[in-house]
Design a protein around this ligand. Structure first.
Ligand code: ARG
Length: 592
């Protein structure tokens, strides 16, 4: 596919510049959903405002200029006609003029038809290398809903970038290093004295962490020993390293369960990976005068930010800041990333502002070459608007949260079958299988559709509501498309024949709206690439679903004289929906 808005911008800009060389502006094209025209440009207004004091390029007012531009725009190929429209209510010479662009239905239909038998692809013109740092839970602590958000959003972001053909490196920056390992390992030595021979069975690592912390806070000897253990760990003591690996393995096996369940792929480059890179980096930046001493710490002061990034603590140790600075350098210089995206909750925004600023000062990030984004997100709240917790007050276990979503979705599916004929009813196991897909899809969708930076309330009822903007509703609409194709006997083979026999038409308003929406896929994707508002992909999926609703209401398919062209449109809609589900990391079903 191509990005139609970009395409129109190019042909219009080129045609106008050829005729009026003084115009250097690139035409901005906005897509105007629900309007009679499909695209519009405000650029004539901008050009007028820039030139009106300098003779207005020989035009008396914006109206004249806009009319001239409208005349220049070529109305062959995809553009059917253009018109001008006064912006605002003021008198003509005060208000600017938009130029509206009407597209040729037949040309659109022809473009669409191609994708009935070809894969729906959209490649970026310029491919870049992107490091996406997402999920990133902490060893020896439970993965919490914040990490779940990071995992879901990060995976989808990677899928979108991969779909565009960018070179994506999925990075799991797990918290596997730091002083907490001193107390964890010391506590392990006491609790499982034979740990070097036998992998200790610590299934409740969170509880284990709390025990260790409690001892650290209350037992002086233990505290001293823990500190010594950290030094040994950093010094590379073999048996201490072995203990460290064991603890990491226990956590990792728990994270993997969640990743498998959500079908997430990522590569672990934990904090420990960057440990050896810190000292030479600090040395270099000290020489360069970027790192300065302040209150016993080694810091980087970023202009306009009062609090410095602390690269070396007063006790000589490194921290989250130091690791992130080394990670930034590694990603830019070794991974050769053009773009780096890090996902965490909004609580860490300040840290990443400091980090970005410090990386620029340090000459690691070059604003002309690299783009850094902290892709922050809001909290997940419970029904009372508080940070989500389970009844016991512990942070809720992610696995049981996903289990409950599956079970409830299975129940929704079962209810759907209440009035089905006996032979169409499913077994309990089959309901659970569908429940798993509907449940995971719905949890992901509910998360992704949010305005990313706001917090949202977690409610199974809302997430699994069969009506409204939910995963369940979208899957129902998808299933409806599949079932029409099934009922009409349109399997893959038959569809290939239909594609040869029939044309796709865009005639009724519903056909036009639906068809045009499908062609806009690249615009939505480019939008997410630019501003990281991933919910745009959800919006498109939801818009398609509501369009399908109005399409069915007014356009008969099976048994109509336009059955074949409409079947092509339906198959195409199904394929675009499937593509979007895929970009969001969501599985589909073709039957409820
Ligand atoms: N482990 C951190 C946390 O749980 C998130 C790490 C994000 N990535 C990074 N490069 N700082 O808050």
């Amino acid at each position: 596919m191509i990005n139609l808005a970009h395409y129109l911008s190019e042909i219009i800009t080129e045609a106008v510049q050829a005729e009026i060389p003084e115009i250097k502006e690139k035409f901005i094209i906005n897509s105007d959903k629900d309007k009679e025209w499909q695209y519009a440009t405000p650029t004539a207004i901008k050009i007028w405002n820039m030139n009106k004091k300098k003779g207005g390029l020989g035009f008396a007012n914006c109206k004249e200029l806009a009319e001239k531009i409208a005349e220049i725009i070529p109305t062959t190929g995809i553009i059917e006609r253009v018109s001008t429209l006064k912006a605002g209510k003021g008198p003509d010479d005060k208000s600017g003029f938009f130029i509206n662009i009407f597209l040729q239905k037949a040309a659109l239909a022809e473009r669409l038809k191609e994708f009935v038998y070809n894969d729906i692809t959209y490649e970026a013109e310029k491919k870049v290398k992107v490091v996406v740092d997402f999920s990133s839970p902490n060893i020896a602590k439970n993965m919490h809903v914040g990490h779940l958000r990071s995992t879901i959003i990060g995976d989808s972001m990677c899928r979108i970038l991969e779909y565009m053909g960018h070179d994506v490196k999925r990075v799991n920056h797990i918290g596997d290093w730091g002083t907490q390992f001193g107390m964890l390992i010391s506590h392990m030595e006491d609790t499982y004295p034979d740990f070097l021979e036998k992998q200790p069975n610590i299934s409740d690592l969170d509880g284990f962490y709390k025990e260790a912390k409690n001892r650290f806070d209350n037992e002086e000897d233990f505290k001293t020993r823990s500190r010594e253990t950290v030094v040994k760990l950093q010094g590379g003591d073999e048996s201490i390293l072995k203990a460290w690996r064991m603890i990491c393995d226990v956590s990792r096996s728990q994270f993997v369960q969640i990743y498998d369940r959500l079908k997430i792929v990522n590569n672990e480059y934990g904090e420990s990976f960057y440990n050896d890179m810190i000292p030479p980096l600090v040395e270099r930046l000290e020489k360069d005068g970027v790192i300065v001493e302040d209150d016993g710490c080694k810091c980087i002061f970023v202009p306009k930010i009062k609090v410095p990034l602390i690269v070396v603590k007063s006790d000589g140790g490194y921290n989250y800041d130091s690791t992130d600075l080394a990670a930034m350098e590694y990603r830019v210089n070794v991974e050769k990333a053009d773009r780096i995206i890090v996902l965490t909750d909004m609580g860490q925004s300040f840290h990443f502002k400091q980090l970005e600023g410090a990386s620029k000062l340090a000459g690691i990030l070059d604003p002309k070459k690299h783009r850094f984004d902290h892709m922050g997100f809001g909290l997940v709240l419970d029904a009372n608007g508080e940070k989500i917790k389970s009844r016991s007050g512990e942070s809720i276990q992610l696995m049981s949260l996903l289990d409950e979503a599956r079970d409830r979705a299975a129940e929704v599916c079962k209810q759907k079958h209440e009035n089905s004929k006996e032979e169409e009813k499913l077994t309990e196991e089959e309901y659970l299988e569908r429940g798993e897909i509907i449940g995971m899809t719905s949890v992901k969708y509910y998360d992704l559709k949010q305005n990313r930076t706001s917090s949202y309330g977690f409610s199974y009822d809302k997430i699994l509501d069969p009506k409204g903007d939910t995963g369940v509703y979208l899957l129902y609409m998808y299933v409806r498309l599949c079932s029409i194709l099934r009922k009409g006997g349109y399997d893959e083979e038959r569809l290939a024949e239909v594609a040869k026999e029939a044309e796709l038409n865009l005639e009724t308003p519903e056909e036009i709206n639906l068809g045009l929406l499908l062609l806009r896929l690249p615009e939505y994707i480019d939008g997410v690439f630019n501003d990281l508002q991933i919910n745009k992909i959800c919006n498109m999926l939801y818009d398609i679903s509501t369009q399908i609703g109005s399409f069915y209401a007014n356009n008969k398919v099976l048994g109509d004289e336009k059955e074949l062209p409409r079947i092509l449109l339906i198959e195409l809609t199904r394929k675009v929906m499937k593509t979007l589900f895929n970009l969001l990391g969501m599985d589909t079903i073709d039957k409820i």
